[in-house]
Design a protein around this ligand. Structure first.
Ligand SMILES: *Cc1c(COP(=O)(O)O)cnc(C)c1O
Ligand code: SF4
Length: 345
């Protein structure tokens, strides 16, 4: 497997522009730093929502409280590069590279390290595992970013998966529409559309990431018949207000991208300064539901430590007393609802 060729902005060469504290160089020794020219161009001022997501911060080195792999992904890996946690679906880690290394990344322990994409032998072993487990119906390409692979490598992987009859759905998780939208070309879309049903889950975190370039990228993918979802990570100081989330989620719908998950941040070492309280997340969901289109509301999920899986949580808007429900509406009104199918005989 091979990566595409592309160059990245050197944030240190342009030090005067970004004025990064010198000690952030220590961060990049531990956790790789990479920013595309495009993504850097979205920064309007130091410490804005784009800056916080991509620029190294010394606080990354000050967080020892957490674990590098809280989701126990390594333990759930039957063959290298494959995570098999749920009965009917697996994650295939095909790439270690991303256009931008997000400072809050849950695979911070992996991305950029070693950097090599999945090798041919590893791919063969993973395909063999999937082919011999007929319960697997859904394969999620992840990494790193799968779209950092060149078209030929993608074609090899997708052809291998489509040769397995019990694989129904293929998903690609990618932040390329957000961080390197020029990678989404008509050629790539034509290639992907051969392998339907193929879904893309992208990763927008802030309305400032919705630009004419990312809009064009999503339009190309949607026009290729690719259903798109979005996963957002709830990030302190970036998107942890109702107003920002409303703009983001409704903006995504206009791009034909359906909000899918809002993730409570995983307990990953080096990311503590981004973590918000679950209470904040629930208040945001409450501030969305009813106020904007239901199509724009993601599931708020906590991915439990130890590989126990994702749990969707909701604001506490129902109290059940026998067959009587005390409900809270989106405006805050309390309403009683009688569940007549649940009355005693
Ligand atoms: C999130 C995840 C999936 C996919 O879960 P869905 O809820 O189907 O999107 C599959 N495997 C692993 C290991 C995951 O973390
Ligand atoms: S694009 Fe995804 S995998 Fe890559 S650094 Fe960002 S969050 Fe991590």
């Amino acid at each position: 497997m091979h990566y595409i060729n592309h160059t990245t902005a050197s944030i240190y060469n342009t030090n005067t522009e970004y004025n990064l504290p010198a000690n952030t160089r220590l961060v990049s020794a531990r956790y790789p730093v990479r920013v595309t020219d495009y993504y850097a161009s979205l920064i309007t001022k130091p410490d804005d929502a784009i800056w916080k997501q991509c620029m190294p911060d010394v606080r990354e080195l000050e967080d020892f409280s957490q674990c590098p792999d809280p989701l126990d992904e390594s333990a759930l890996s039957p063959v290298p590069g494959l995570i098999h946690r749920y009965p009917d679906r697996v994650v295939l880690l095909v790439s270690n590279r991303c256009p931008v290394y997000c400072r809050f990344c849950m695979r911070k322990r992996l991305v950029g390290s070693g950097d090599a994409p999945m090798g041919d032998a590893e791919l063969r072993a993973a395909l063999h595992y999937i082919a011999t487990h007929s319960d697997i119906h859904d394969v999620i390409l992840s990494g790193g970013d799968p779209l950092m692979l060149d078209n030929e490598s993608l074609q090899t992987i997708l052809t291998g998966l489509r040769a397995i009859p019990h694989v129904t759905i293929i998903r690609i998780g990618t932040r390329v529409p957000v961080t390197l939208p020029s990678r989404i070309t008509p050629e790539l879309c034509a290639l992907l559309s051969i392998f339907h049903p193929l879904y893309i889950n992208t990763h927008f975190n802030h309305p400032d990431e919705i630009t004419s370039d990312s809009t064009t990228a999503c339009a190309l993918l949607a026009d290729a018949g690719i259903p798109m979802g979005n996963q957002t990570v709830l990030l302190k100081g970036v998107n942890d207000t109702v107003e920002t989330m409303r703009r983001l989620m409704t903006g995504l719908l206009a791009l034909r991208v359906r909000p899918y998950y809002l993730h409570q941040m995983d307990l990953v070492q080096g990311t503590a300064h981004f973590r918000t309280s679950v209470r904040t997340g629930l208040e945001i969901i409450r501030g969305l539901r009813g106020h904007i289109s239901g199509l724009a509301i993601p599931h708020y999920v906590i991915d439990l430590p130890g590989g126990k899986g994702k749990v969707a949580i909701l604001p506490d808007d129902v109290e059940i007393i026998g067959s009587t429900l005390l409900l809270r509406t989106y405006t805050g009104e309390r309403v009683t609802y009688q569940d007549i199918t649940d009355l005693p005989e």
